[in-house]
Design a protein around this ligand. Structure first.
Ligand SMILES: Nc1nc2c(ncn2[C@@H]2O[C@H](COP(=O)(O)OP(=O)(O)OP(=O)(O)O)[C@@H](O)[C@H]2O)c(=O)[nH]1
Ligand SMILES: [Mg+2]
Length: 581
């Protein structure tokens, strides 16, 4: 007996207007299957290149396949150009043939990874996007993350699922707040970081000064791999530090591959003034700058630095070439019974859930990072939290919103599973024994609270469905009052913008017009420690007690004082800012 995760087609059209909220019934079904059946293989033209494994025994295949995976996230302060660079990496890998823009004019294309309507309207990323593609015999799993602090939970979850990060620095702005925060998270998780200094087509900070700032603000050694030739309007190429070869770029629109020539600094097309200053800077670097050292990079002590312009494609290919070579293959993860990536037995964990990616299917996709072994379509695995058997019937790989069925996948790969509501962020799935449970992905205490009010009371059921689905996705946190139940929950967010996105998505995806009634609460703490503490809270009338999605007690407060008082009164009480796992 087991659960089968598979997608069900919608018969009634898209999720718009009044049709959408037929969501009251289970849209995706979790079928109990008495006799596990094998889903017949399907032809899928869109799937990625055939694996290299056809003639290799599986024992060897796991080594071959794991070694060619690269799984990484692009991180930075908002607007540094993550989505633009992502688009160009897709262009240079051949995954797309024409690049779109973050903010496109009517007739032009949008960047692939900002697929959500609200992202396209506002020109910002709201949710992370998963992109899988091949380049130079490697299979890349790339995650474009949102930079805005209000969506940081999503970015933190992604950082739990990658082996490497690409940090973007805006040439004119240097190391900004969010970049520093995200870098700190990478350091905590031991993730090596590559640095791409973007927007060199604009006037900016002197590169030597930028290096100093990165070094001092982040406490990391910079190893320059290439260096800009000219800046702003004069930016015409990058010079490889080791070979002193210049990649000189021709003009281009940025939507297509840009031509470049390999030359030297003596080339007469480079203004004398520019080549002289580049020579001086390289001499200085040779005297004082560190050379690239793979070990120091993997240990997170050194970051290789590249320059370029994602907008007009300068330096993008050089960066991609270097990246696939130096980024690490899948790395082990902490957890009970954690397996080495090359262990033949499958294991993996869910780090992200996204509802309604495809408006024609009311689907909920759980993103699985494969941690060890070979994953095959239709395999039966154990869900660690409940020890249930789950059949992974129709796994998909993603290029943002586009999906292709996968037959097999390997450590480092990210696959999407259709989820009827069975899976949660942080769940571990595994095959065989002994059991595996990877270290979880924490949720953070929200700082903004509110309740939604409906314009049309008849849509209450639809609202409830929307709220439950979007909270399972982690787009918002729901807290219910035990005496009232799920009727009128408190919504919690890490940032205000999350509420805006929520209202917009309720309207777009569930056909519900709602408004937000802001609440004065500013703090939420999970209650733990001596059970007498919880009893103390319950006996009083002046604290607001709620339950989180797992029924765990949480106290809401407008200020820290009442919480401090509670702690003083109850020596065994513990209040947690991060959800206890
Ligand atoms: N001049 C110039 N502009 C760029 C470059 N790269 C990106 N931009 C512009 O910078 C703006 C932000 O780019 P995005 O790619 O959306 O930045 P992001 O880091 O993904 O932003 P968030 O996802 O919202 O955090 C857009 O208007 C881009 O066109 C570049 O190399 N040069
Ligand atoms: Mg973006």
């Amino acid at each position: 007996m087991g659960w089968e995760l598979e997608e069900e087609e919608l018969t009634g059209g898209g999720l718009t207007g009044d049709v959408a909220p037929a969501l009251s019934g289970p849209v995706l079904s979790a079928r109990m299957s008495e006799t596990p059946e094998i889903t017949p293989p399907e032809q899928d033209a869109g799937s990625l290149a055939t694996p290299l494994t056809a003639q290799v025994a599986d024992g060897d295949a796991i080594h071959v396949e794991a070694a060619r995976r690269r799984t990484f996230a692009i991180i930075s302060h908002p607007d540094a150009g993550k989505t633009t660079l992502t688009e160009k990496l897709l262009l240079y890998s051949g995954a797309i043939h024409m690049a779109g823009a973050v903010k496109s004019r009517k007739a032009s294309r949008h960047a692939v990874s900002d697929w959500m309507k609200m992202e396209q309207e506002r020109g910002i990323s709201i949710t992370s996007s998963v992109l899988q593609f091949d380049y130079l015999g490697k299979r890349l799993n790339l995650l474009d993350t949102p930079g805005h602090a209000d969506f940081s939970e999503d970015t933190y979850r992604v950082l739990a699922a990658v082996d490497c990060a690409v940090m973007l620095v805006d040439h004119a702005k240097g190391v900004e707040d969010r970049t520093k925060k995200l870098f700190d998270v990478c350091r905590l998780r031991g993730i090596p970081v590559l640095t791409f200094i973007n927007k060199c087509d604009r006037e900016g900070i002197e590169p030597l000064e930028l290096l100093d700032t990165i070094g001092s603000a982040l406490g990391i050694e910079c190893a320059v791999v290439n260096w800009p030739v000219g800046s702003g309007r004069e930016f015409c190429g990058v010079i490889e530090r080791a070979s002193r070869e210049v990649l000189l770029f021709g003009a281009g629109k940025g939507t297509e591959l840009v031509e470049f020539e390999r030359t030297t600094l003596d080339d007469e097309r480079i203004p004398d003034k520019v080549s002289e200053s580049v020579r001086d800077e390289l001499d200085l670097l040779d005297g004082a700058g560190e050379p690239f050292n793979a070990e120091r990079f993997r240990a997170g002590r050194q970051t290789p630095v590249f320059f370029g312009s994602a907008m007009n494609n300068f330096g993008v290919q050089a960066f991609l070439d270097a990246m696939v070579n130096i980024a690490p293959p899948p790395l082990p993860r902490p957890g009970d019974g954690a397996r080495e990536p090359t262990d033949p037995r499958f294991s993996g964990f869910i780090f992200k859930i996204q509802a309604n990616m495809n408006p024609r299917h009311r689907d909920r996709v759980a993103f699985l990072r494969i941690q060890s072994g070979k994953f095959t379509r239709g395999m039966d695995v154990t869900l660690h939290r409940s020890l249930e058997t789950v059949r992974l019937a129709k796994p998909h790989s993603f290029l943002a919103q586009e999906r292709s069925l996968v037959d097999e996948a390997w450590p480092g790969d990210i696959v999407g599973l259709f989820d009827p509501g069975l899976l949660r962020i942080g769940d571990t799935l595994y095959e065989g024994q002994p059991a595996v449970s990877y270290a979880g992905i924490p949720r953070f205490a929200p700082e903004y609270f509110g309740r939604v009010k409906l314009k049309d009371p008849l849509k209450r059921k639809h609202l409830q469905n929307g709220l439950i689905q979007l909270s399972q996705e982690g787009a918002i946190q729901l807290f219910v009052r035990p005496d009232i139940g799920e009727q009128d929950p408190y919504l919690g967010a890490v940032g205000q913008l999350q509420f805006e996105v929520l209202l917009h998505r309720l309207e777009q995806e569930y056909g519900v017009h709602a408004i937000l009634d802001a609440s004065p609460f500013r703090l939420a703490r999970w209650i733990g420690g001596d059970p007498k503490g919880l009893a103390w809270f319950k006996a009083r009338r002046d604290y607001t007690l709620v339950e989180d999605r797992h029924g765990r007690p949480v106290v809401l407060s407008e200020s820290p004082w009442p919480l401090q008082y509670a702690l003083r009164e109850n020596p065994g009480l513990q209040l947690f800012e991060v959800e206890p796992l």
